[in-house]
Write a protein that binds this ligand. Structure first.
Ligand code: MN3
Length: 210
């Protein structure tokens, strides 16, 4: 049994056009994500993390120099499993009211959130991700940026939304214009239903733990 499996995209390759091309999705999913799955499976073989959940693989390999290559691949697998669901055809638009209320309380409103999220993506030097995350202790939302494969989970936070700012996610469509890609992502691609699902399951988990 292989531990990691490349998922099927939840929409057709053409479905996110004109904001993200079929060619970008074909390479990003079929080559880049597939490479993380293949390499991750190879590196997992014989380790104590082989039969663990994906969350445990990410947390168990983070911050250990000898497991850095494994972390890079399992974390990128985790990130992309969510990333495909953080977008949808006809995305962005109306933000669920509970999310909008929480963003207004913690992050100063939707407009400020959108600007700060994009600024985090722009401010990530080189490859990485920008995030809307929730602190499980305080319950507060925060904006994060992380290098390479790192994610909120590795840092003890709950990821609610993430945008891949590795060049492979935008270079075919936007060349060097990361800001235009981030604008298209925030305005036209975000699947807020999935964000809501993650937000609500985090709340249920916290209630169960309390
Ligand atoms: Mn990627």
């Amino acid at each position: 049994m292989t531990a990691l499996t490349l998922p099927t995209l939840p929409y057709a390759l053409e479905a996110l056009q004109p904001y993200m091309s079929a060619e970008t999705l074909e390479y990003h999913h079929g080559k880049h994500h597939k490479a993380y799955v293949d390499k991750g499976n190879e590196l997992l073989k014989g380790t104590h993390l082989e039969n663990k959940s994906l969350d445990e693989m990410v947390k168990g390999s983070f911050g250990k120099p000898e497991l850095q290559p494994l972390f890079n691949n399992v974390a990128q697998h985790w990130n992309h499993m969510h990333f495909w669901n953080w977008m949808k055809p006809g995305g962005s638009g109306k933000v669920p009211s509970s999310i909008e209320k929480k963003i207004t309380e913690d992050l100063g409103g939707m407009e400020k959130f959108t600007a700060d999220f994009a600024a985090a993506g722009m401010g990530q030097f080189g490859s990485g991700w920008c995030w809307l995350a929730q602190c499980p202790k305080s319950g507060k939302l925060e904006i994060m940026k992380t290098p390479n494969g790192e994610n909120p989970l590795a840092h003890g936070k709950v990821a609610l939304l993430g945008c891949d700012v590795w060049e492979h996610s935008y270079y075919i469509d936007y060349r060097n214009r990361r800001a235009d890609y981030l604008k298209a992502f925030t305005e036209s691609l975000v699947n807020w239903d999935y964000v809501l699902e993650l937000y609500e399951s985090a709340a249920h988990r916290d209630a169960a733990a309390a």
